[in-house]
Write a protein of this length. Structure first.
Length: 187
């Protein structure tokens, strides 16, 4: 092989590598987002299992906006987990504050671009509250295995994932958003 041929082959290899890099970054971002969403789903499952094993209501209590963390809290007086009872120490934090972005750079509880809501396909504008479990931002689980229905969104600049909780069963479902054709896929 002549040096001219070697130079052409090297340039072609460099071009192909440069074209593959954005896809590798996108794949890494997608994997990181899915792992973060699975972590959030695991927290919900942990709260559900804790409620069942302890016989006490347990909740995932989300920070008020714009903070994006949560803690696992056990009901101490059988009236459900409330902010007032947390502040007084009646409801006990059983797992301290967690944050999505701690392990996965660039990810947070966030809706960073326009999307649609799962199943209803109603608009979900960028900047929407990522914690859609009711105005208290508390996701309750009972000793009987039921929970608060709702959806929590995990987002990055390039991806969006939803962790849905079905109240009657307390079970979670993980979905990933596809911008084309603007649909959600079960993960």
């Amino acid at each position: 092989m002549t040096s001219a041929e070697l130079l052409v082959v090297s340039a072609l290899a460099a071009t192909l590598l440069a074209m593959a890099m954005p896809r590798a970054d996108e794949a890494a971002s997608t994997l990181g987002g899915e792992l973060a969403a699975r972590r959030v789903a695991a927290e919900f499952e942990a709260a559900r299992r804790h409620a069942e094993s302890s016989g006490r209501r347990t909740a995932v209590v989300f920070d008020p906006p714009p903070l994006t963390g949560w803690a696992l809290v056990e009901d101490g007086d059988d009236d459900g987990v409330t902010q007032a009872d947390i502040a007084s120490g009646t409801d006990v934090v059983v797992r301290p504050r967690q944050v999505v972005g701690t392990d996965h750079d660039g990810l947070d509880l966030a809706v960073r671009f326009d999307a649609v809501k799962p199943e209803s396909f109603d608009p979900l504008p960028a900047g929407s509250d990522p914690v859609q479990v009711g105005p208290s931002r508390i996701l309750h689980f009972s000793p009987e295995g039921t929970g608060t229905s709702g959806t929590v969104y995990i987002g990055s600049d390039s991806g969006l994932w939803a962790v849905r909780v079905f109240g009657s069963t307390g079970r979670t479902r993980l979905l990933g958003f596809r911008s084309r054709p603007r649909t959600w896929e079960l993960r």
